[in-house]
Design a binder for this molecule. Structure first.
Ligand code: PLP
Length: 395
């Protein structure tokens, strides 16, 4: 008999994963080239060549009990040192190895920091639409998700509502920019306003509110748009970074947390994050991945490939009569469904062998997410189906 909590989790499942499974079945039935799977954020661009070279280099420099041994829970000292120096070089910050905790991707990092900070009943504030897994992560620690409703005209955070909904139970506010599912990037001005609200509220409540910057898409930004580094605007910022998308390594499960000295109770949080890494069962982030990514911190995937997909799909969908805020980063389009019920619209799209994800999964009904981290040729083949789908709705 499984636990009550897991019963719910299994029942609600993940709509994205379900769609991915469905895609596989449809490919068997219709042929893979006739199914247009835009459901999963699985990077389509190959990891840069530096990764393969670094893996070989690490393996060749084998030292007994080093690559394969247990280590300190936060990870290899020299890896964390290299990451801290790289962040300092890029963003003018002042971190040291001790501020970095290596994690099992962003998902691992978020669970580690939530385990470290949350008491049951605490609130985790999110801006809709948001990555639906945050609900599960908060639930892991019996915390409550507080949603700020979406501003569908821009998908920028609704700051008045944010201020009004912050209570003395708010312990973590999550921002994710470039955003999954909208692709929007929060400007420096927006970040400053969020920071000012948080400063005011934590003074009022006499307790810290931590801003958790979930950053798997930091490097995937287009048209030269700046993605501000949040620790520079608000002391109680913790960064959750991941190499899953930035270097196309989602299966390697590698990322890190940045816990700055300036964050209130920083030393205790750093210690707690190490212990949380251990007791959540990770023990430490994968050793080989730590070592090879630390040699590739300036490597990049070819973002132009995603940009080309974005331009093709965005322009075509607009032409067919769809509505969408043009994304500035990540690899998703968040498109208004052509009927109020996003799930019904997703089902209609499936009749055209188009696999997309309902916006309600992201706390924003009436929209759908289209992941364009796919082959350019598949997008070209799918466009006539998007057109026919729009025509069915009289567009
Ligand atoms: N946060 C967001 C916004 C994501 O989109 C994802 C993955 O898609 C994650 C976190 C988890 O990423 P990781 O593979 O690094 O655990």
């Amino acid at each position: 008999m499984i636990s009550k909590k897991m019963e719910n989790m299994v029942k609600n499942g993940s709509a994205i994963r379900a769609m991915f499974e469905e895609g596989k079945k449809m490919a068997e039935k219709y042929g893979a080239e006739n199914v247009y799977d835009f459901s999963l954020g699985n990077p389509s661009v190959e990891p840069p060549i530096e990764i393969k070279n670094a893996i070989n280099e690490v393996l060749e420099s084998y030292k007994p009990n080093y690559i394969h041994g247990y280590m300190l829970n936060p990870g290899y000292e020299e890896v964390r040192d290299a990451i801290a120096k790289n962040i300092n070089k890029r963003f003018g910050t002042n971190f040291a190895a001790k501020n970095i905790v290596m994690t099992v991707g962003a998902a691992g990092g978020m669970n580690v920091i939530m385990k470290s900070l949350l008491n049951p009943g605490d609130e985790v504030v999110v801006f809709s639409p948001y990555f639906g897994e945050y609900r599960s992560y908060a639930s892991n620690f019996d915390a409550k998700i507080v949603e700020i409703s979406p501003d569908t005209s821009s998908f920028q955070p609704k700051l008045d509502e944010f201020e009004a909904k912050l209570t003395d139970k708010a312990r973590i506010v999550i921002v994710n920019s470039p955003n999954n599912p909208t692709g929007v990037v929060y400007s420096e001005e927006t970040i400053k306003k969020i920071a000012a609200i948080l400063e005011k509220k934590q003074k009022e409540f006499g307790a810290p509110i931590y801003l958790l910057s979930d950053e798997p898409y930091r490097e995937l930004a287009f048209d030269g748009v700046e993605v501000p580094y949040l620790t520079k605007y608000y002391n109680n910022t913790i960064v959750g970074y991941s190499f899953s998308k930035s270097l196309s390594l989602p299966g390697d499960r590698i990322g890190y947390l940045v816990i700055p000295d300036e964050a209130e109770d920083s030393e205790n949080i750093i210690s707690a994050a190490g212990v949380a890494t251990r007791i959540l069962g990770f023990v430490n982030a994968p050793s080989l991945a730590q070592l090879f990514v630390s040699k590739c911190l300036d490597a990049k995937v070819d973002v132009e490939i995603y940009n080309r997909n974005r331009e093709l799909l965005y322009n075509a969908l607009l032409e067919y009569g769809y509505e969408c805020v043009k994304p500035e980063g990540a690899f998703y389009l968040f498109v208004k469904a052509l009927e109020p019920d996003d799930k019904a619209f997703v089902a209609k799209a499936k009749e055209h062998r188009l696999l997309i994800v309902p916006g309600s999964t992201f706390g924003c009904a009436g929209y759908v997410r289209i992941a364009y981290c796919v082959d350019y040729e598949m997008i070209k083949r799918a466009l006539p189906e998007f057109k026919k789908l729009a025509e069915e709705y009289g567009k």
